[in-house]
Design a protein. Structure first.
Length: 114
């Protein structure tokens, strides 16, 4: 397995995800999404893995979401560009294993990856 956890340092679910993999002695790579963000390719891969809907990736409760006025933009391309330029709007943790990905804390799905 090649696990990547994209998360925020202050996110409780990100910490729980890290603990899940540590307890099972599964190596993972942690990526601070606020610092490094997601590349366009990573974003497309995650979006495809979770059903192809951008809305599942966006945390509508985040402060960044309110600042960017995303819900008032018309085109998906504009919304995706804002999302990629403001990684604080992503729901976390985003856990990737190759072409598979999950959003949020989902140990039931991760258990199937082992």
């Amino acid at each position: 397995m090649n696990i990547q956890i994209f998360g925020k340092a202050k996110c409780f679910d990100t910490k729980k995800a890290e603990r899940y993999f540590k307890e099972r002695k599964i190596k993972y790579q942690y990526v601070d999404i606020l610092r490094y963000g997601l590349s366009k390719g990573e974003y497309q891969s995650v979006k495809a893995a979770v059903g192809g809907d951008m809305a599942t990736l966006v945390d509508e409760k985040s402060k960044e979401y309110e600042k960017q006025y995303i819900k008032y933009l018309a085109g998906d391309a504009d919304k995706e560009e804002r999302l990629l330029n403001n990684p604080g709007m992503f729901r976390t943790p985003i856990v990737r294993n190759g072409k598979k990905a999950t959003i949020g804390y989902q140990p039931d799905v991760w258990g199937g990856w082992e």
